[in-house]
Design a protein around this ligand. Structure first.
Ligand code: ITT
Length: 204
C-alpha cells in the first residue's frame, strides 16, 4: 500500500485537527494542495454522508491514494436541523466563518436559551482509488451561544457552547476539543480502521 493518506479537504482548520488526531497512523498525511490538486468537488448530496463519499471517491481516483474526506454540519433544533449539510454555504458563496456565525445568530435572535440546543455532526469517508468506501461518524451536543467567544478552532466554534465546560468550543484548547468533538469521535473510529492488520478498508 502507498505510504500516504490524502486529506481531501481545503479547510485548514480540519487539516490541523487531523494532523493531531491521526498522528499515530503509519501513513503520511498529504493535502490536495501539496500534490498540486485543485479539484473542487460539488457538495450536491442530500446528507453529510453522501457529500463525504463524493469528496473522498473523487480525490482518491484523482490522486491514486486512499483519501479521507470529512463533511461536517451544525444542526440547530430551533431551525428544524438547519444549516446541516448546508453549513458551509449558509451565508452564501464567498462568506467568511464570521459571516456564517453572524447570520446564524441573526436567525436565532428571538430564541431563548433553553431552545438553542444544537448538534455538531461529522461524517468521515475513506475511499480507495478503486472506489471502495467506508464511513465513520461522530457527534457532539451543545447550545448556540448569544455571542461569539474564544479564539481557538474555526467555523462555528465561537458560538458552540458546551455546558459541561461552561465554555464555547473556541475557548477550549485544541487537545480538549479533539477529545470531545464530533470530529474527534469520528476520527478515533477511522484510526482503528487504518491501524488494524492486515489493512483492508472493506473488512468488518
Ligand atoms: P471541505 O469540504 O473542503 O472539507 P468545508 O469548510 O467546505 O471544507 P464542510 O462542507 O464540512 O467543509 O463545512 C461545514 C461548515 O461547518 C464549514 O463552514 C465549517 O467551517 C464548519 N465546521 C466544520 N467543522 C467544524 C468544527 O469542528 N467546528 C466549527 N465549525 C465547523
Amino acid at each position: 500500500m502507498n505510504d500516504k493518506l490524502l486529506l481531501a479537504t481545503s479547510n485548514q482548520g480540519k487539516v490541523s485537527e487531523y494532523r493531531t488526531l491521526l498522528k499515530e497512523i503509519p501513513l503520511r498525511l498529504v493535502t490536495p494542495a501539496e500534490l498540486g490538486i485543485t479539484t473542487v468537488v460539488e457538495e450536491v448530496g442530500q446528507s453529510l454522508e453522501e457529500n463525504a463519499r463524493l469528496k473522498a471517491v473523487a480525490l482518491a481516483a484523482e490522486s491514486g491514494l486512499v483519501a479521507l474526506a470529512d463533511d461536517s454540519g451544525l444542526e440547530v433544533d430551533a431551525l428544524g436541523g438547519e444549516p446541516g449539510p448546508l453549513s458551509a454555504r449558509y451565508a452564501g458563496e464567498g462568506a467568511s466563518d464570521r459571516d456564517r456565525v453572524n447570520y446564524l445568530l441573526s436567525r436565532l435572535k428571538d430564541v431563548p436559551w433553553e431552545k438553542r440546543t444544537a448538534c455538531f455532526r461529522c461524517v468521515i469517508a475513506l475511499a480507495t482509488p478503486a472506489g471502495d468506501v467506508k464511513t465513520c461518524s461522530g457527534e457532539c451536543r451543545g447550545f448556540i451561544a448569544f455571542e461569539p467567544k474564544g479564539e481557538h478552532g474555526f467555523g462555528y466554534d465561537p458560538i458552540f457552547y458546551l455546558p459541561a465546560f461552561k465554555k464555547t468550543m473556541a475557548e477550549l484548547p485544541p487537545e480538549i476539543k479533539n477529545r470531545i468533538s464530533h470530529r474527534g469521535r469520528a476520527a478515533r473510529k477511522v484510526y482503528r480502521l487504518l491501524t488494524r492488520k492486515p489493512f483492508n478498508l472493506l473488512k468488518g
